[in-house]
Design a protein around this ligand. Sequence first.
Ligand SMILES: Cc1cc2nc3c(=O)[nH]c(=O)nc-3n(C[C@H](O)[C@H](O)[C@H](O)COP(=O)(O)OP(=O)(O)OC[C@H]3O[C@@H](n4cnc5c(N)ncnc54)[C@H](O)[C@@H]3O)c2cc1C
Length: 329
Amino acid sequence: MKYFVVLEQREGVIKEASRDVWNAVQHFIQAAEDGEFYGAVIGAVDKDHVSDTCGGKGCVYIAEGAELLGYNPAAYVRTITELVAKTGAENVFIANTAMGKDLSPRIAVHLDAALVSDCVVEVGRNGLLKASTTMYSGAVAAEAQVLSNRAIYCMSPRARRPAKPSGNNVDVQEAVDFGIVGADPSGWNPVLKDIVYHAGKKDVAEAEIVVAGGRGVGSGEDFAMLESLAEVLGGAVGASRSAVDEGWRPHSDQIGQTGKSVAPKLYIACGVSGAVQHLAGINGAGTVVAINRDKDAPIFKAADYGIVGDIAEVVPQLERAVREFSEQH
Ligand SMILES: Cc1cc2nc3c(=O)[nH]c(=O)nc-3n(C[C@H](O)[C@H](O)[C@H](O)COP(=O)(O)OP(=O)(O)OC[C@H]3O[C@@H](n4cnc5c(N)ncnc54)[C@H](O)[C@@H]3O)c2cc1C
């Protein structure tokens, strides 16, 4: 079997979600004890960074070019599908980020492959890959085994992150040496503008601790309370769709079915009711804490710990307690 991981980078740094996919897939190979392993980073990235990031074995191609500087779906799809076809990989993996969600169906169409989205993959008892996913916004758990010759797996993040594989037998090569150019012959470049929110701040999808706010926060200004708690915890702030629709937070902070899937070790939901569409984005979270003044709010059913109270009182108390704890330890 041949395995291929698409590694997403931002400003020359491979995203944590992609590292997790790489590490997870390296572990499948150890379990399956055979297989050829490939990866691709699209855009300008340092070779040493790729070597340092990707442990285990295999070959990672770097594809650079003027059309590949920003996220250009047409050029990205062309480059990735050419690489996959040339390596002959049957199993393609990509992280379930905004870019992964956009790219994976396009790649599947171009390669005439099956697509399993928002899934966790492992090797089944019969030695074949088994993908677990949810349907209807998390209401139904499903298992998929792909029967077609080629499959694309868009892999969700998980709170328990796969360890970096031991050893470093990864060869890093320029894709151009492999005969891949990546240019879109039409020259069409659909990237009109890059919008960067909260530059330098932790991405909610990659944070180990997330403090999420919903409509119950009350206003954009009141999110400062959540920012402050997130800062002492070393985490990031997320939001429900209602908070985003109100204009209190940017869409890049939205968690859920039409936002990001997150997998922090600790998720603190403040004034979030717990609609299925929101819960669909926190399937991979470790410990869930909910703060809500309505004791019957559905979020409590998804929570490991619940605090019934007003966030304006509870959040500052929580922050004080964290500060005191950090000072004493
Ligand atoms: C197709 C589709 C896709 C969707 N995608 C998403 C998605 O990706 N993400 C998402 O989040 N939603 C999504 N939604 C919307 C979703 O259905 C809910 O409407 C939304 O999640 C509700 O947001 P909320 O919990 O912040 O607000 P509300 O439902 O209004 O809940 C606010 C909560 O705050 C509590 N509260 C109020 N004041 C306080 C206070 N002072 N202290 C403590 N608690 C307080 C209330 O008791 C209540 O439980 C989607 C909906 C559809 C139809």
